[in-house]
Design a protein around this ligand. Structure first.
Ligand code: EPU
Length: 326
C-alpha cells in the first residue's frame, strides 16, 4: 500500500511496485510500462495519493550511492536528502545547510526545486542524469534544461517524461554561511550566535522546523500544501485594501505573499473537515487526523480553502503537493 510509503500516510495500492537499483532496471520498468502509466516515487513527502491508489507501475530508486570529491557532490536518486545535507556539512561545504530537515530523496529534490530559509536546490545544482521516456535514452541535463522556478521545474511541467537517476551539486568550501531569511537570523540572534557555523545553521533550521512544522512521523502531512502566491504590485495594493497589512517579499516585479497568512486570516487555521484538518501550528499544512484520513477529505478540504481564499481575497492558491490517482 502506498500509504506505507508516503508522509501523509495515505494512498491505496499500486498495480505493480518495483524497487529499481540501476540503469538496466529503469529501462526494464520503462519497457514494461510502455502502454501504462509509470510513476516514480521518491520519499513520498510531497504527494497526496488517492485511496484508489495508482493505476500502473510505481517505481522507487533505491540506489543510495553518494560520492563527494572536493566541493562536488554526486548522488544517486535514492540518497536520503537530509543525509546528504549532513555529509556536506561534515566536509565543510556550504550551500544546502538551510535545506536541513527536508524529508524526501535527492532524486525528488529537483522536481519541485526544494527550498527553505533562503536557499533552494537550483542555487547549487550542477546537472543530473535522467532517463528520457520520450526518446528512450539516458541524458545529462544542466540547470537551464531543468527550467527551475519557485517550487517548479520541467519535471513538473512534463510530469512522467523523465526518471531522475543521479544528481550533481556544486557546493562551496566555506564555513561562514550567509543568512538571508528573517526568522532564521532572528533565531540565531536570540540564541546569541553571531557568527554561525554550518552546524549552527543546520541546528537552528532543525529547531525552527521542529517548532513550526508538523512531524510526519507523528501526524501525516506533506509540508506546505500550497505554494506562496506571487502577485503583481497592483494586485498587492488591492489585497492590502481588503486585508490590511500583509507580510510580503518582493520577487522581481512581483510580490510573494505567505499563503499561510491568507489561510489563517480566512479562519482556517486549526479547522477540520471530516478526517482532514489544517494544522494549528502552521496554516499551510494539512494533516491526516488521527491517522485515519481519507485522501478525498484532504483534497476536499484543500478545495474549500482555495475557494474561500479566492472569494475573500481574489487570490488563487495553487497546491505545491502533487495529487496522484484522483
Ligand atoms: N504565517 C501565518 N500563519 C501561520 C504560519 C505562517 O500567518 O500559521 C505567516 C507569517 O507571517 C510568517 C509567514 O507566514 O512570517 C511565513 O511563514 P514561514 O516562515 O513558516 O514560511 P512559509 O512561507 O509558510 C515557506 C516554504 C516552506 C519553508 C519555509 C521556510 C513554501 C510553500 N513553503 O513556508 O517549505 O520551510 O518557507 O523557508 O514556499 C515545504 O515546501 O513543504 C515547506 C515546508
Amino acid at each position: 500500500m502506498l500509504r506505507d510509503l508516503t508522509t501523509f500516510h495515505l494512498g491505496g495500492p499500486a498495480e505493480l511496485y518495483l524497487e529499481v537499483k540501476n540503469k538496466k532496471d529503469i529501462i526494464y520498468a520503462h519497457n514494461l510500462a510502455k502502454k501504462i502509466n509509470l510513476f516514480v516515487l521518491g520519499g513520498g513527502s510531497d504527494i497526496l495519493v488517492s485511496d484508489k491508489g495508482i493505476k500502473g507501475i510505481v517505481i522507487k530508486i533505491i540506489d543510495k550511492t553518494l560520492k563527494i570529491k572536493g566541493n562536488i557532490l554526486v548522488g544517486r536518486a535514492g540518497v536520503v536528502w537530509d543525509y546528504l545535507v549532513e555529509k556536506s556539512i561534515q566536509k565543510g561545504l556550504s550551500g544546502i545547510e538551510c535545506l536541513s530537515g527536508i524529508p524526501g530523496t535527492l532524486g525528488a529534490a529537483p522536481i519541485q526545486n526544494i527550498g527553505a530559509y533562503g536557499q533552494e536546490l537550483a542555487d547549487t545544482f550542477e546537472s543530473l542524469i535522467a532517463f528520457d521516456r520520450k526518446n528512450n535514452e539516458f541524458i545529462k541535463m544542466n540547470k537551464k534544461d531543468c527550467r527551475f522556478a519557485y517550487r517548479d521545474s520541467i519535471f513538473k511541467k512534463e510530469a512522467g517524461r523523465y526518471i531522475i537517476f543521479e544528481v550533481t551539486l556544486k557546493l562551496k568550501k566555506d564555513n561562514t554561511p550567509k543568512i538571508k531569511y528573517d526568522s532564521l537570523s532572528f533565531y540565531l540572534n536570540e540564541n546569541g550566535i553571531n557568527n554561525p557555523s554550518l552546524w549552527d545553521v543546520r541546528n537552528a533550521v532543525l529547531a525552527i522546523r521542529k517548532a513550526k512544522l508538523e512531524d510526519w512521523n507523528i501526524i501525516g502531512n506533506a509540508g506546505s500544501f500550497f505554494k506562496n502566491p506571487e502577485i503583481s504590485k497592483n494586485d498587492f495594493q488591492k489585497l492590502k485594501k481588503i486585508i490590511g497589512e500583509v507580510p510580503a517579499y518582493p520577487t522581481g516585479n512581483k510580490v510573494k505573499i505567505p499563503a499561510a497568512f491568507l489561510i489563517e486570516k480566512a479562519g482556517w487555521k486549526g479547522k477540520s473537515f471530516k478526517t482532514a484538518a489544517v494544522s494549528d501550528k502552521h496554516a499551510l499544512i494539512l494533516i491526516n487526523l488521527g491517522g485515519k484520513a481519507k485522501a478525498n477529505d484532504i483534497k476536499n478540504l484543500a478545495e474549500k480553502i482555495v475557494l474561500d481564499v479566492k472569494q475573500k481575497y481574489k487570490i488563487k492558491l495553487v497546491p505545491e503537493v502533487q495529487l496522484i490517482g484522483f
